[in-house]
Design a protein around this ligand. Structure first.
Ligand code: FEO
Ligand code: CA
Ligand code: CA
Length: 708
């Protein structure tokens, strides 16, 4: 996410300051981490004097089998090409603008895009993605790729005519807006590998489909049919048009794709009085990010819907509720191009980064982890009411109603928000109408139901409900991933400039206009055990394990990002020039054995163009690292730089084929890449090209497994 559309502003007006005496504990931990260059000894938790329950959990940690990385860490790089270790290749695949069918116009560097072209071509700014096999025997060579198109770069989109029209003022031309809307969303496209090991898009495949920010979708779960989401276009509150700013991804055990709506609030405006949820999530009060609301000539509120200012006598006559159809985890069935995407509202409404399934166990409820990527926002999980039945597992090649299975697991259950204790214990706080508010609500209410009414009201106001319950404000939660063997969850916290040693609440005064506008509480959050570094410019990766009940867990800071030469108080994981990194974002746990050993792949979004300017950004472009985690409490055993992206990009989206011979990543917002006419991702352009986000497939020249 480049700073171009990034808005992770501190919008949390609560004063959740659950932990204030934690620094001594961090110092204790730092000493331990330094002692083993990041390989803290197994007695680390004992050093904290933790309760017996946690020691017991540690003792039960299975010894992971040996797994070692089979490449040397590559040097940092700042070039216009992708860099991979010796013996590896990197192929450009499905860049923005690649047409999904062979009929009609095809991409060129000078093509002026139309709504019709973009609606049938790869969107912009590839982000989260996942693969869906069409058969078991060809799962590693022929599958459906579902991929997010997070946002747009207007200068590249409109470069043949010198840029967008009226971006700063005036009404936007309808077809420009339609093209931009169609460059967002999700794509499902079939990919296949030939005998030479080269990958290609299967054009004209019946599964190929674009979901855009205008595609009609189903609202499912507690919000469906509620007063909150009724509009002139959906008077019964069951549908909404489009999914927007789809960032990270996930998948379900029954074979569907999860795409998550992150920085959507800024495409909506309300020039009147904001509702609580609009203010909390950050709708604009003047002009939308791309001023889509200014276009005219559409039907059924095609453009007016982006203006949420009440204009009619009731919600059925305007689009005051349109934005309440956004902020969700969205389920897509890639096997069924004629099906409608379902917005799974039970998983909460906020700036969802992504959604990751927990360990799947027959007869147990399913868990999905999510995070809200904004400064000092929260981590969540959803636990299904229904217990998992293996008969619901994905059956590639069969046609059946996967959304009906999704309805059965994702519409009913309990949404929780995380509170990280300073003692290595955590608590999941249920967000339900009968949840008792610690200390009472703003008007002395006893429960969340007293404040928000029903579950739909809690979902619409997920952040406010979490504030009231005392959740822990985090350093911008990005991706999560789960070790399918142990069930351990890893989640990256990318950075946080609004974190100070003690918070700024003590200095808050009535005359502070910006703080007043946010209501009450801090302008910067105080450090806490899970977010221990003030002005956190490097980020960290957490790891936690569920406890005996749905409401308990144990946790640790698994890995701190840092520059190699930062002070010991910052470089707490002993990073060197060979593995220094900052702003961890994409994560994927790549299981290699049934015992739970695997590689934790870490992608960064540190940004050198208009983003962060820390010492890591001055040493290397964004990168992919491979990490071998030790057992819980043992830190990492190996951490190596595996790939580096071209100038100005971030690296995001990640999975490998089941046979682990091909690793897929995405290069988002490159500055001058890829080379037109070449599919070699390592090639460097002569002169300036029209940059295109693209997927990159990394393989070994000898066809072996990646990373080992
Ligand atoms: Fe779209 Fe938080 O990254
Ligand atoms: Ca991200
Ligand atoms: Ca990011």
């Amino acid at each position: 996410m480049s700073s171009e559309i990034e808005n992770h502003d501190e919008l949390n007006p609560s004063s959740n300051t659950p932990f204030s005496t934690v620094l001594d504990r961090h110092l204790s931990r730092r000493k331990i981490m330094q002692g083993g260059l990041g390989m803290a000894c197994a007695s680390m938790f004992a050093g904290f004097g933790l309760p017996g329950a946690i020691k017991h959990a540690m003792a039960n940690t299975a010894k992971a089998p040996a797994l070692t990385l089979g490449f040397e860490s590559i040097a940092g790089a700042m070039t216009d090409g992708v860099v991979v270790p010796p013996g590896y290749t990197a192929q450009v695949l499905v860049p923005w603008g690649s047409a999904l069918s062979s009929s009609g116009p095809q991409w060129s560097q000078t093509l002026e895009l139309t709504p019709e072209f973009q609606a049938n071509a790869m969107g912009m700014h590839h982000d989260g993605m996942y693969h869906f096999p069409l058969s078991t025997d060809k799962a590693s060579s022929d599958f459906l790729l579902a991929i997010n198109h997070e946002y747009i770069d207007q200068s590249a989109l409109w470069s043949p005519k010198g840029g967008p029209t009226h971006q700063e003022e005036g009404a936007r031309p309808a077809d420009e807006v339609r093209t931009e809307i169609n460059a967002h969303g999700v794509c499902v496209v079939r990919l296949s590998k030939n005998a030479e090991g080269h990958w290609h898009m299967v054009k004209d495949d019946a599964h190929n489909k674009r979901y855009t920010s205008a595609t009609p979708m189903v609202l499912a779960g507690p919000v469906r049919g509620s007063e909150y989401v009724k509009t002139a276009w959906s008077p019964d509150g069951t549908r909404v048009r489009g999914t927007n700013n789809n960032c990270a991804s996930g998948y379900t055990p029954w074979g569907t794709y999860l795409t998550c709506e992150e920085n959507w609030p800024e495409v909506f405006i309300n020039t009147g009085e904001m509702t609580d949820d609009q203010r909390r999530l950050g709708l604009r009060d003047d002009r939308g990010r791309y001023a889509w609301e200014t276009a005219t000539g559409g039907a059924q509120g095609e453009f007016e819907r982006f203006n949420n200012t009440p204009s009619g006598d009731s919600a059925l006559q305007d689009y005051r509720n349109e934005a309440r159809g956004f902020g969700y985890v969205v389920e897509i069935d890639p096997y069924a191009p004629n099906s409608s995407a379902h917005k799974r509202t039970a998983l909460g409404r906020f700036r969802h980064e992504g959604c990751w399934p927990g360990k799947v166990v027959e007869g147990e409820p399913l868990t999905f982890y999510t995070g809200h990527d904004a400064r000092n926002e929260y981590i969540y999980k959803f636990v299904s009411k229904k217990r998992w039945r293996a008969q619901d597992a994905n059956r590639p090649g069969e046609r059946y109603d996967r959304h009906a299975i999704g309805d059965s697991y994702m519409n009913e259950g309990t949404l929780y928000v995380a509170r990280f204790g300073s003692d290595g214990r955590g608590e999941w706080l249920a967000l339900t109408p009968d949840s008792t508010i610690p200390g009472g609500g703003p008007k002395g209410e006893r429960t969340l139901g007293d404040v928000f009414g029903d579950q739909a009201g809690i979902i619409i106001n997920t952040c406010d409900a979490s504030d009231l319950m005392g959740a822990t404000p985090m350093d911008r939660p990005e991706w999560g991933t789960v070790d399918p063997g142990t069930g351990d969850v890893f989640m990256s916290l990318t950075n946080n400039s609004k974190r100070t040693a003690h918070g700024t609440e003590p200095e808050y005064t009535e005359s502070d206009a910006s703080a007043e506008a946010l209501g009450v509480g801090y302008k910067t959050a105080p450090v806490n055990a899970a977010n221990p570094r003030p002005d956190n410019e490097y980020g960290q990766v957490l790891r936690w394990r569920e406890g005996a009940s749905a409401s308990s867990f144990t946790w640790e800071v698994f890995l701190f990002g840092s520059a190699a030469d930062a002070s010991p108080a910052v470089n707490r994981s002993g990073l060197t020039e060979a593995n220094q990194f900052a702003s961890p974002d994409g994560l994927w746990f790549d299981q290699r054995t049934d015992e739970g050993a695997g590689i934790l792949w870490i992608e960064t979004d540190n940004g050198i163009d208009k983003g962060r300017t820390n010492a890591v950004a001055e040493a290397t472009n964004d990168q992919v690292l491979a990490c071998i985690p030790g057992a819980l409490g043992e830190g990492y055993t190996e951490l190596k730089r595996f790939a580096v992206g071209p100038n100005a990009c971030e690296i995001t989206g990640i999975f490998a084929t089941p046979d682990r011979t091909a690793l897929f990543i995405n290069i988002q917002h490159p500055g001058n890449w890829p080379v037109p006419g070449s599919n070699d991702a390592t090639a460097i352009a002569n002169g300036q090209v029209r940059p295109r986000a693209a997927t990159v497939v990394i393989q070994k020249s000898d066809g072996g497994k990646i990373g080992v």
